[in-house]
Ligand binder design. Structure first.
Ligand code: PNW
Length: 489
């Protein structure tokens, strides 16, 4: 005779056998690869392009870049775009995420003086992708701010909102007839917290703990304006979707049975990610962010909170401005609760509290800040599902860096295998609505302040060769098999 438990186990086994859930990506799931304009195009002053803050950083302050390099030529995609399209096609992916260079289209950054050569470049690229059955996914802003806005304080100045809206409208008008997926802004956290709304080498008196919040505030408004312009003026005819891409670092409590650690870990996610996600997917900034910044501002004897307040009308205008949620994910850390640091100089890190660390046993890669922790991705996907009513999610970046030239890139292959498996677990076992996964990156490229020292590409690029020759790494074959079978081997 079977006991009740044994009977239950046999029953579960039988149901599993009769209904084997196919370990396969759903038919509507999209695979893709991603790049961004400044990191690959080069042609920094070609055919009437205007100057961006990253051009200026690379020319005047390249000491800030690890190898002293700039993006003047980068992967030379301004000239080699046809080859890029063939590389994407070879992978068998459904889409290619690129970004537009604001100053290639509007050299001055503001107004309506459009550069025809820039428009021509993106038209050719978009059309070629479509001819080859690849969907172009377009990010309007991937960090290359027109230099003009820099002296005005970049994203910390509210005038940016109308100028971004103006640029967005021009882009929808020029290219929207062929674009089904738009992303307004890539990774506000990095723009505001790492680069302080500019490019990051801030002066000693820079208002830390203030500028980051001003930047976030303006950026959220700019995103919402672009969304509403699309919604009101273009959606009916163009029938696309539009949202934002937020980067999310997963923060796991150091000790899950210690409520203080649990609170500290979630607080970190809310300060990094919720500060942008909440106003868009819920309403206003997260309560804990509002309260903590107000409380600490008071301790600092400030007349009001360093976190600006939205009016009710603004909250309403930002709420719901997403057709899906784009996320970029690279990092998982543990967080433990620590006593708040004394009031000294304000900083967003102190506002967020807690202490982050990673497990030394986690496998690393060329980029010290990336560790291979696939369960972090699964947890964060579930957290988003539970916190924001299960939105459609597109993973718009995820990737692995080598610190040197590696062609037999088994580390990268393993990374994609385990991260894609975590994605599949989230979809099939947890019911998270993940609709796509884009690998960062199609090819090695200009990795911001790391210059050309970090290699994220599926294709290798030879940066000492004037031809910028591209060569497939072993991971290209892995991706071809993945997109053909839609299974993780
Ligand atoms: C993203 N971090 O940046 C960007 O969207 C890409 O342009 C970039 O090339 C890619 O990730 C790889 O770095 C990030 O330190 C940079 O947490 C740094 C972090 C996260 C994202």
């Amino acid at each position: 005779m079977l006991t009740l438990t044994e009977f239950a186990l046999v029953l579960i086994l039988l149901t599993r056998l009769c209904n084997p859930k196919e370990w396969k990506f759903p038919d509507d799931f999209k695979f893709g690869v991603a790049t961004s304009a400044f990191q690959i195009e080069g042609g920094w002053d070609a055919d009437g392009k205007g100057v961006s803050i990253w051009d200026v950083l690379g020319h005047n302050r390249s000491v800030l870049v690890k190898d002293g390099s700039n993006g003047d030529v980068a992967c030379d995609s301004y000239n080699k775009w046809e080859e890029d399209v063939m590389m994407v096609k070879n992978l068998g992916v459904d889409c290619y995420r690129i970004s537009l260079s604001w100053t290639r289209i509007l050299p001055e950054g503001y107004g309506t003086k459009i550069n025809p050569a820039g428009v021509d470049y993106y038209n050719k690229l978009i059309n070629k992708l479509l001819e080859n059955g690849i969907e172009p996914v377009i990010t309007l802003y991937h960090w290359d701010l027109p230099q003009f806005f820099s002296s005005l304080g970049g994203w910390t100045n509210p005038v940016i909102v109308e100028h971004f809206a103006n640029y967005a409208r021009i882009a929808f008008k020029l290219f929207g007839d062929r674009i089904k997926t738009w992303i307004t802004i890539n990774e506000p956290r990095l723009i505001c917290q790492m680069f302080k709304g500019l490019v990051g080498d801030v002066t000693p008196n820079f208002p830390l703990g203030v500028a980051e919040y001003l930047c976030a505030h303006n950026l959220l408004k700019a995103h919402a304006e672009a969304y509403h312009i699309y919604d009101k003026e273009f959606r009916l005819r163009q029938k696309g979707k539009i949202s934002i891409t937020l980067d999310i670092t997963w923060s796991e409590p150091a000790n899950a049975s210690n409520p203080e650690d649990v609170r500290a870990a979630e607080q970190n996610v809310l300060f990094d990610f919720g500060i942008y996600a909440n106003p868009i997917l819920d309403f206003d900034y997260p309560r804990v962010v509002i309260d903590r910044v107000a409380e600490r501002s008071k301790l600092e004897n400030l007349p009001e909170s360093r976190l600006p307040k939205f009016t009710l009308a603004e909250k309403m205008r930002i709420k719901g401005t997403y057709d899906f949620l784009g996320i970029n994910h690279y990092i998982t850390t543990y967080t433990r609760a620590v006593d708040d640091l004394p009031v000294n100089r304000p900083s967003i890190d102190i506002d967020a509290g807690g202490e982050r660390f990673s497990d030394p046993s986690w496998e690393g890669c060329g980029a010290g800040w990336i560790k291979v922790v696939p369960w972090g991705l699964r947890r964060l996907l579930n957290w988003i599902k539970n916190t924001y009513r299960n939105p459609d999610i597109i993973i718009t970046e995820s990737g692995y860096a080598d610190g040197s030239e590696v062609f037999e890139d088994d580390g990268r292959i393993n990374y994609y295998r385990v991260y894609l498996n975590a994605t599949l677990q989230a979809i099939l076992e947890d019911g998270v609505n993940v609709k796509g996964y884009m690998a960062w990156s199609l090819m090695d490229n200009y990795e911001w302040i790391f210059g050309y020292t970090l290699k994220f590409g599926l294709y290798h690029v030879n940066f000492t060769d004037p031809n910028r020759t591209r060569t497939p790494k072993k991971s290209v074959q892995y991706f071809k098999d993945l997109t053909r079978t839609r299974r993780i081997n």
